[in-house]
Design a protein around this ligand. Structure first.
Ligand SMILES: [Zn+2]
Ligand SMILES: [Zn+2]
Length: 83
């Protein structure tokens, strides 16, 4: 996902409209990610690819209609870690 997307207010899964904080590098057991953090509920969402250590950023789409394009969703899901 383009981090620019998170410069605008987005409605989080905690139902607050927030400006997510972008964290450029955070490590998981398999590598590192760009993540965004909600300043209200502190939840972390990986935005480069899906990771079991963080929330799936696609969960945000439930509260934000058409936040992501089909291509973005496809790329995000297909780059996830090997199981
Ligand atoms: Zn939140
Ligand atoms: Zn990971």
């Amino acid at each position: 996902m383009d981090p620019q997307k998170f410069q605008n207010q987005i409605r989080c899964i905690c139902d607050e409209s927030v400006n997510f904080e972008i964290i450029d590098e955070i490590e998981c057991d398999w590598g590192s990610h760009v993540v965004v953090q909600c300043p209200k509920c502190q939840e972390l969402f990986s935005i480069d690819n899906s990771c079991p250590a963080f929330h799936n950023v696609l969960d945000l789409e439930k509260n934000n209609f058409e936040l992501f394009s089909d291509k973005e969703k496809f790329d995000y899901a297909s780059n996830s870690h090997p199981n």
